[in-house]
Design a protein around this ligand. Structure first.
Ligand code: PEP
Length: 257
């Protein structure tokens, strides 16, 4: 019975693969990425969401096959106003986007964004009709000090406190020590944290939310390690940085196919 239940949950949670281009690319390189992504489409049984830098959101969206969705890498917590350099969910919706990444470790640790700010942004983005890839993850020193569970739970608790609608959230577990380092989490390390997060959702939201919410892994995912990670029932997809700029990204999209 438990085997068929986990099979069922995989069916309930559509595999989703995001590509975070970070602050990379220009029109010419984006043309190349669009070329291999469109050549690989249509993608079956998997949702594909790429995230270009803000100046290229519309450029990429207009060139990509309809089946490849586009997410912003960030947004602010209000609709408009005197917030130089920011972009609002209302603006993202206005140009036809449905997704935004919030709480990426670079936003948290390079730009100093707090748990409460990331939660407020998430709440506002959802209220404006967007879905959110919400990133969490511990730093190396936090893992080594035995705080992995606490850190991830604390980052998620900020969403619980604001009573966010979990049906609009994909959680990306991205251990900071694995991002851009070539040091991918082992399947056992990733599986352990994904299971903790699902238990957290069952306790703080409901068993249904835990069953239905997609939890994806990010941190040095490549075409070589994605198949093994993708076999795990609690890994519902990936958020990919470096490898999402290369043709191998299509192999990662198809990790479960
Ligand atoms: C990321 O930026 O979200 C990421 C996981 O990067 P990389 O795949 O390059 O480690």
């Amino acid at each position: 019975l438990s085997n068929s239940l986990s099979f069922l949950s995989i069916m309930v949670r559509k595999f989703v693969v995001g590509g975070n281009w970070k602050m990379n690319g220009d029109k010419a390189t984006i043309d190349g990425i669009v070329g291999f992504l469109n050549a690989g489409a249509p993608y079956n049984n998997v949702e594909v969401i790429v995230s270009p830098p803000a100046p290229y959101l519309l450029y990429a969206k207009e060139k990509l096959n309809e089946g490849v969705l586009v997410a912003a890498q960030n947004c602010y917590k209000v609709a408009k106003g005197a917030f130089t350099g920011e972009q609002s969910p209302a603006m993202l919706k206005d140009i036809g986007l449905k997704w935004v990444i919030i709480g990426h470790s670079e936003r948290r640790h390079v730009f100093g964004e707090s748990d409460s700010l990331t939660a407020e942004k998430t709440q506002h983005a959802i209220a404006e009709g967007l879905s959110v890839i919400f990133c969490v993850g511990e730093k190396l020193e936090e893992r080594e000090a035995g705080h992995t569970k606490d850190v991830n739970f604390r980052q998620l608790q900020a969403l619980v406190d604001l009573k966010v609608d979990w049906s609009k959230v994909v959680i990306a577990y991205e251990p900071v020590w694995a991002i851009g380092t070539g040091k991918v989490a082992s399947p056992a390390q990733a599986d352990e944290v994904h299971k903790w997060i699902r238990e957290f959702l069952a306790q703080k939201a409901s068993p249904e939310v835990a069953e239905q919410t997609r939890i994806i892994y990010g941190g040095s995912v490549t075409a070589d390690n994605c198949v093994e990670l993708g076999k795990l029932g609690d890994i519902d997809g990936f958020l990919v940085g470096g490898a999402s700029l290369k043709p191998d990204f299509v192999k990662i999209i198809n990790a479960r196919n």
